[in-house]
Design a protein around this ligand. Structure first.
Ligand code: PLP
Length: 380
């Protein structure tokens, strides 16, 4: 018997309850039954995000929602400020280039969070910037940026700058970092802690962001937020939606309501602390040790062990699938995803499998000590 365990930072494990909801006979997306599902998803997301208006549903992955957001509030020639401390921060600038926007990058050392000082300097240098773009958790470096403090500072210095927050890997693992008075656009993606397959993105906009959308020349048909808002007002989406995932989202949100938001965020923090304690006990260096995100733990194995080999061997011997490094960190780090439908025993299994693999690869680590360190965190 070989049991596979998906401990990657997306896609993630899908609970049985969500799978069963998505297995029901296909609904037509213009039917009254589906309209009810869409309405329920809007209400559920308003609750989950503590948002004051209905979010949009886009049938695309997270990158599509990032691009759609910039397309709808910026016009060619506009300047945006981006926080580039990893692959996803860098993605804002890549999108900007395609959309003919000027990106002023705040370069952040990989593994570190952006500071208020860096942001103040960038905003002061670019007072006419149209938007400020940041990740809540930078999945590639496992950093949680102090977004709430940062967006409040941006708004204090320049209230006209729109704040765009990529919450793709943070949503449902940590509270939304601010309400629509300071966060103008918040983006979430299905294949992360929302516990769904890939293919659905959610974009929530503030009243200020909606005003900006109204003022911005339309440049895309598929990603026209004004059309989407109009369709949503009549209970539909403009194009064929990822309807099965929207039905699944309602089942996922029911599970979130049962657990409660505070308990859910606390569970993710506990998982993060457990994984940090376990990996430290195995002699590995932790990434982002001072600002870890609650959804994924990154570590650097000892020099004698190749990071990619460690990952492959953990998967082939123990069925635990982990993620590797991206960009600058390619081949250098390993990431344990613990977002969504993950409990402490999944984390213990993951770290134990890594420890056993390290020993197979020639290290001499005490796997029991790692489990014990994790148990201590669980019971603290
Ligand atoms: C923080 C963050 N932003 C953006 C993305 C890109 O999302 P997608 O791969 O769904 O396009 C990811 C995916 O891992 C992510 O973690």
């Amino acid at each position: 018997m070989f049991k596979e365990r998906l401990l990657t930072p997306g896609p993630t494990i899908i609970p049985q309850k969500v799978l069963q909801a998505m297995e029901l006979p296909m609904l037509h997306h213009r039917s009254e039954v589906f309209k009810k599902e869409l309405k329920k998803a809007c209400e559920g997301l308003r609750w989950l995000l503590s948002w004051d208006n209905d979010p949009l549903f886009l049938a695309c992955s997270g990158t599509g929602a990032m691009e759609a957001s910039l397309l709808n509030v910026c016009k060619p020639g506009d300047t945006i400020i981006t926080v580039n401390g990893g692959v996803f921060g860098g993605r804002w600038s890549k999108i900007a280039e395609r959309l003919q926007l000027k990106a002023h990058e705040i370069t952040v050392e990989w593994g570190c969070p952006v500071t208020e000082e860096q942001v103040r300097e960038a905003v002061t240098k670019n007072p006419d910037a149209r938007a400020f773009c940041i990740q809540h958790s930078e999945t590639s470096t496992t950093v949680l940026h102090p977004v709430e403090k940062i967006v409040r500072e941006v708004k204090r210095l320049a209230p006209h700058i729109l704040t765009l927050v990529d919450g793709i890997s943070a949503c449902a693992t940590a509270p939304v970092p601010g309400d629509p008075s300071v966060v103008d656009i918040f983006i979430a993606g299905s294949q992360k802690a929302l516990m769904l397959p890939p293919g659905l993105s959610v974009v929530a906009l503030s009243a200020r962001a909606w005003k900006a959308v109204e003022e911005t020349p339309r440049r895309s048909l598929y990603f026209d937020f004004l059309l989407e808002r109009k369709s949503l007002a009549s209970g539909e989406t403009s194009w064929t939606p990822a309807s099965t995932l929207i039905v699944g989202l309602n089942a996922a949100i029911e599970m979130f309501r049962e657990e409660g938001l505070e308990a859910m965020y606390k569970r993710h923090l506990t998982l993060s602390r457990m994984c940090h304690a376990g990996m430290r006990a195995l002699g590995c260096e932790l990434l982002a040790a001072d600002a870890p995100c609650p959804s994924v733990t990154g570590f650097i194995p000892p020099q004698s062990i190749d990071a990619d080999k460690l990952r492959t061997e953990t998967r082939t011997n123990y069925g635990v699938r982990l993620a590797g490094g991206q960009g600058l960190f390619k081949g250098k780090i390993v990431r344990i995803g613990h977002m969504g439908f993950v409990d402490p025993f999944d984390a213990i299994t993951g770290v134990s499998a890594i420890g056993l693999t390290m020993n197979k690869l020639g290290a001499s680590v005490d796997v029991g000590a790692a489990v014990s360190a994790m148990m201590k965190e669980l019971q603290s």
